[in-house]
Design a protein around this ligand. Sequence first.
Ligand SMILES: [Zn+2]
Length: 155
Amino acid sequence: MSAVTANRSHPFPFRTRKLSCFTYSSVLPNGGKAGKLLAFIFIQINFYSINLQFSMQRDSNRKIALERIEILFELASKSDDKFADRYVYLARKIAMRYTLKISQNLKKKFCHHCYIYFKLNRVTIRTNSKNKAIEYTCSDCKKVTRYGYRQKKNK
Ligand SMILES: [Zn+2]
């Protein structure tokens, strides 16, 4: 009985033993140096192809992510406040996951402090001529986000 309990207490119940070490250097000529170099190059090429595959997949994923962000903001404009806030949250999450920037037009549609979707009854927009900025005052958290409108100088 004591042997059984000892086995149960062990995290890995099977008998473990080190495999006998087999090295290519014992088989290959020149102490296996050429073989090691070939293996190294082979692994490098494999890594390169895998990286290429990943980068291509990443680009396509980013494209889909951008589309989804736009769709979410479209939905937010049509739906209730609660759902709109949720859509903004999801869009931001997608952008973070794929390291995308939310475009300038879409950025102005939500509060940057509490992340609620801006509808006409939830925001007051006014221009500040002193700062040369458009100020979006959130009605929920009473904080202000500013977007400058300074014109570019003529050359
Ligand atoms: Zn806010």
